[in-house]
Design a protein around this ligand. Structure first.
Ligand code: AR6
Length: 169
């Protein structure tokens, strides 16, 4: 597996799946979630509503992941996962690790070759970016990659990217 640490807008990436830092409702929000829904178009919200109705009537639990189409995005799929709210958890690291690991596992289940992650939980959810990068490092070191050949960590600011490079590079 080849790891790329990039800076930019994840909605522009032409990969098999981009990961959405969603919330438990799966019905959209601000940050990267809002950007993904805006760029994918209204059919993404329709599919998310259907997932809520059929598989997750109480919302998607923190750390779990679901896959949808990507509609108007250049990516082929969107994997929606929910990171922990940093201040709300006594032990947030295993939950953030689960969000990354379950997203990777779902990509493998679908035979995907490339996936891009935003910095899950490090925006509105308040996870310190250094600690989050350490969690990502741990997950990537242990994961058994099969179909996935390329993992992109897509940071929104050059500063966030520099922090990640220091920890993961
Ligand atoms: N491309 C890449 N990264 C982005 C983009 C983008 N287009 N836009 C923002 N980021 P956040 P969270 C970065 O707050 O902390 C939403 O309302 C951003 O700079 O999007 O997991 C959801 O609906 C930050 O580094 O996600 C939830 O309610 C990172 O993405 C809640 O926010 C994550 O910030 C989830 O909070």
């Amino acid at each position: 597996m080849k790891l790329e640490i990039a800076v930019g807008d994840i909605t522009k990436l032409r990969v098999d799946a981009i990961v959405n830092a969603a919330n438990r409702s799966l019905l959209g929000g601000g940050g990267v979630d809002g950007a993904i829904h805006r760029a994918a178009g209204p059919r993404l919200l329709q599919e998310c509503r259907e997932i809520r109705r059929t598989r997750h009537p109480d919302g998607l639990p923190v750390g779990q992941a679901v896959l949808t189409g990507a509609y108007d995005l250049p990516a082929k799929h969107v994997i929606h996962t929910v990171g922990p709210v940093f201040a709300a958890e006594r032990d947030p690291a295993p939950l953030l690790a689960a969000a990354y690991r379950n997203s990777l596992a779902l990509a493998e289940e679908h035979g995907l070759r490339s996936i891009a992650f935003p910095a899950i939980s490090t925006g509105v959810y308040g996870y310190p970016r250094e600690d989050a990068a350490q969690v990502v490092k741990g997950v990537l070191a242990k994961f058994a990659f099969k179909s996935l050949e390329r993992v992109v960590l897509c940071y929104f600011s050059p500063d966030d990217k520099a922090v990640a490079e220091r920890i993961l590079g």
